[in-house]
Design a protein around this ligand. Sequence first.
Ligand SMILES: Cc1ncc(C[n+]2csc(CCOP(=O)(O)OP(=O)(O)O)c2C)c(N)n1
Ligand SMILES: [Mg+2]
Length: 516
Amino acid sequence: MTFNGAEAFVATLAACGVDTCFANPGTSEMQLVAAIDRQPGMRAVLGLFEGVVTGAADGYARMADKPAVTLLHLGPGLANGLANLHNARRAGSPVINMVGDHATYHLHFNAPLTSDAAGVARPMSDWVRVAKSPRDLAQAGAEAYAAAMEWPGQVATVIVPADHAWSPGAAPVAPRPAPPVPRAPDAAIGAAADALRSASGPVVLLLGGRAVRADALDLAGRIAAVTGARLVCETFPARLQRGAGRATIDKLPYFGEVAAEFLAASHTIVTCGTEPPVAFFAYPGKPSALAPPAAKIVRLAGMREDALAALTALADRLDAPAQPADIQARTVPAAGERLDAHAIGAVLAELMPAGAIVSDEALTASADVFEATRGAAPHDWLTVPGGAIGQGLPLATGAAVACPDRQVIALQADGSGMYTLQALWTMARERLNVVTVVFNNASYAILNLELARVGVQNPGPKALAMLSLDHPRLDWCALAAGMGVPAERVDDVAGFRAALARALAAHGPALIEAMV
Ligand SMILES: Cc1ncc(C[n+]2csc(CCOP(=O)(O)OP(=O)(O)O)c2C)c(N)n1
Ligand SMILES: [Mg+2]
C-alpha cells in the first residue's frame, strides 16, 4: 500500500491511539480531510469556530487522558483557536494540533493566507514541529503524540505543508513509547512528612492537577486523617473529582484578599500537583503571593510530577489509616425562594446523576453553585485553569464526545458563553448529552466588581456600558434554537427544577436560560 504524507501522518496518529479529530478545515487541509475520511475508526467532529475546536480537544483530553487531534487552517485558523489552547496548556491537557499550511514552494508567492504559522503556534504550544518532507510527516506525528503525552499532558503542534501532505512515497511509523512520568524526589516526600509531623499550627494540603482525581484525593484524605491537615483545591482545577463518598475538600477562593484570609492561619502549606498560590491579578497595594509570609511552604510534587505516587509514598511514610478523615455525605441544601446561584446549585445537587461532568464557566455564580453541590452524587468538576473565557461550551462538547455514557452539565455565564456559542451547534449535530445552564445576568458582572477593586472611583456611563450586556438583552433561547438545541427560559426555582428534570431525562443537548 502506498501513502501520501497526509495518510501516513493520520495513520501514525491512529496507531498511537488517537481516534477523534475536532476540525475546522480549509483548502490547504483537504488532503488531511481525505486522509481522515479514509482512516477507519477516526471520528471527525466539526466545530464552527476554531475556539470550539481547541476547547473541545481540551475537554476531550481532560476526560480521556489522551489527545484528540485538531485540524486547523493555516496561521489565521490556528490564531482563532489560541485562547483555548492557552487554557489547555494551563490544564496540562494532551492536545495535538495539525495545522495545514501553504505548499512549501507557494510560500514564496506571499498569497493572502501566508503567515508564520509556527510563530503563531509557539506561545500557546509546549512543542512545535514543521514537517520537513512527505516522509517526515509520519515521524512528526509519532513525535507529536509522545510530546502531547509528556506528563500530565502538553499541547503539541505540527505544521503540515500542503505539498508534503499530497505527495506520495510516505509510510506510517510505529508509535514511540510514552515518556516515563517524573517522580517527586524522595527528599520532597521526607520534607513533607517532617513538616506535617512537626507543624505547631494549622496545616493545609494544597492540591491541584492530578492530585484532585479521586484516587489521589482518597490518599490526601487519609493523610489528613493522621495529620489533621485541611484539604484545599487550587482555585481553577482542570478536573476535580468530588461529591458524596469522596474526601471532603474546599476550593481556594478566587478573590485575592478572600483567599489570603482563608489561608491566614496556616502554619504549614504542603503543595501537591500545584504551586504555592498567587493572586489571579495584581491590585494596587495588595500582595501577589497569597500564603501568609510566615507560613512554611513545602513542595511535595509539582504539576508535572506523579502526584499519586507522591501521595502514596507520603501516606506510607506517615502510617496513614485506611480511610480518609472526612468523607463527604450526600447532602442537598434547601434551595430557598429566589432563583439565584445558590438555588441553582441546590437543585443540581438534588438532580445531578452520579458520574456527571460539570464544565464550570459560571464566573460570579460559580462559588455558590460549587458550595451547594459539595454533597451531590459523585461527579467531575472542570474549570478554566488559564482564565481565558470562552472555554465552557467547547469544553463540555469535548467532554461529552469522550464520555458518551455520562451526563455533561455546562454552567455558563452569559458573557463568556458568547465567545464560543457555536459549540451548541456541534452538540446538536453530534447529539451530545449536554445540559447547558446559562446564567443570564445581562452583565459582565465580575468586571463591575473588579472596577471597584482596582480602585476606580465613580465610573461614568461609558465605563459602565463597556461592562453591561443590556441593550439589547441576549435571547439565549433564540440563539440555542437557531443552532438546533431545544431551550427554555426560567425565572423561578420551581421552573428551574422542572426544566432541569426534563433536560436530564431527554437524550441529546438542551439549554436552560436562567434569568438571575
Ligand atoms: C479571552 C478573555 N477575554 C476577556 C476576558 C476578561 N473577562 C473576564 S470576566 C469577563 C466577563 C464575564 O462576564 P460573564 O461571563 O457574563 O460572567 P459574570 O461576571 O456576569 O458572572 C471578561 C470580559 C477574559 N478573562 N478572557
Ligand atoms: Mg454575565
